[in-house]
Design a protein around this ligand. Structure first.
Ligand code: PBG
Length: 308
C-alpha cells in the first residue's frame, strides 16, 4: 500500500522567458528545456493546464542592454516578466503564476541585491525588492516568491503589497535557500553566470552544512507573514523539508533545481540509469519528505506520463 502518490496537481513548472516572438531556444545544460518568447509560452501554459499542472514559475532572460548596476528593470512594468504575466492571465486566468523576486536577472554583477564596493547591501535592497514585487502583483501574478534571501524582505514586501492594495497576493518565501553548486545550469539558462563571474552568493544564501539555521530563517519569515515556504535545492535537502513541515505546518514546496534535473537527464541519456524511473522516484520522495508541491523542470513530461 503506497503511502504517497504523485499527481500532476503536485507539480509546478518553472519556465524561462526570452525576449522576442515565435522564439524557442534549447538550454544546452538542461536537456529537454527551452527558453520561450511570451507568445510561445502560451502553448506551454495550455499544455500544462491540459495535463493538470496548477501553476508555473516565471524566470526571465534579460537582454544585456536592460541590465544595470542597480537592476532598475526589475520594477519596470513593461519588463519581460510583467508583460508575460499580463499576456498569460488574459488567455488563461486559471493558471497560477509565481514570479521570482530577486535582482539577479537585472543586475550587471549578477547578485540578487544592490552592491556597493563589492558588498551586497541588505537594507538598501529591500526597497528595490518591494517595488519589484508590487510591479509583479500589479501585472496579475498570484504569488511572489522572494528568492533573494535578504533579511527583512518578507515584511518589507508584505507592507508594500498591502499598501498598494494587493492584499490577496501570496508570498512564497525561499526560507531555506542554500548556496548551491546545483544552480549551475539555471545560471546558464538565464545568463546570470557570466554576470556573476567568479563571485558567489555565500553572504546571503545558506551554508549547506547548516540545518538549524533553516529553522531560524523560516521562523523569521513566518513572523514577517510568509504564506508558504520553499526549500531549495530539493533532493540533497529532504531533511530540511521534513523539519520545516513538522515545525511550522505551512504549505511547503520543494524546488528540484536545474542541476538535479540535469544530472538525472544526462545520466538517462547516457544509458547509465533509467532516467524516467529515476525522475519519478525522486519526485515521489519529495512527497514522502513532506512537500506539498514540487517545482520541477520535468513537470510536463511527468504529468503526461502520470496521466497515461
Ligand atoms: C536566483 C535564482 C536561482 C535559481 C532560481 N532563482 C539561482 C541563483 O541563486 O543564482 C536557481 C534555480 C535552479 O537552479 O533551477 N534568484
Amino acid at each position: 500500500m503506497a503511502e504517497h502518490r504523485l499527481s500532476p496537481a503536485d507539480l509546478i513548472l518553472p519556465v524561462f522567458i526570452c525576449p522576442g516572438e515565435t522564439r524557442s531556444e534549447p538550454v544546452p545544460s538542461m536537456p529537454g528545456v527551452e527558453r520561450h518568447s511570451p507568445d510561445r509560452l502560451l502553448n506551454v501554459v495550455e499544455q500544462a493546464l491540459e495535463f493538470g499542472i496548477p501553476a508555473i514559475a516565471l524566470f526571465p532572460v534579460t537582454p544585456l542592454d536592460c541590465k544595470s548596476e542597480d537592476g532598475e528593470e526589475a520594477w519596470n512594468p513593461e519588463n519581460l516578466t510583467c508583460r508575460t504575466i499580463r499576456l498569460i492571465k488574459r488567455r488563461f486566468p486559471e493558471i497560477g503564476l509565481i514570479a521570482d523576486v530577486a535582482l539577479d536577472p537585472y543586475t550587471t554583477h549578477g547578485q540578487d541585491g544592490l552592491v556597493r564596493d563589492g558588498i551586497v547591501l541588505n537594507d538598501e535592497t529591500l526597497e528595490a525588492l518591494s517595488r519589484q514585487a508590487v510591479c509583479q502583483a500589479e501585472a496579475g501574478c498570484d504569488i511572489v516568491a522572494p528568492s533573494d534571501m535578504m533579511d527583512g524582505r518578507i515584511r518589507s514586501i508584505r507592507e508594500a503589497l498591502d499598501g498598494a492594495g494587493h492584499h490577496d497576493t501570496l508570498i512564497l518565501s525561499y526560507a531555506a535557500k542554500f548556496a548551491s553548486a546545483f544552480y549551475g545550469p539555471f545560471r546558464d539558462a538565464v545568463g546570470s553566470a557570466s554576470a556573476l563571474g567568479a563571485a558567489d552568493k555565500k553572504t546571503y544564501q545558506m551554508d549547506p552544512a547548516n540545518g538549524s539555521e533553516a529553522i531560524r530563517e523560516a521562523s523569521l519569515d513566518i513572523a514577517e507573514s510568509a504564506d508558504m515556504l520553499m526549500v531549495k535545492p530539493g533532493m540533497p535537502y529532504l531533511d530540511i523539508i521534513r523539519t520545516l513541515k513538522d515545525a511550522f505546518h505551512l504549505p511547503t514546496m520543494a524546488y528540484q533545481v536545474s542541476g538535479e534535473y540535469a544530472m538525472i537527464k544526462a545520466a538517462g541519456q547516457n544509458g547509465w540509469l533509467d532516467g524516467e524511473a529515476a525522475m519519478l522516484e525522486s519526485l515521489v520522495c519529495f512527497k514522502r519528505a513532506g512537500a506539498d508541491a514540487i517545482l520541477t523542470y520535468a513537470a510536463l513530461e511527468v504529468a503526461a506520463r502520470l496521466g497515461r
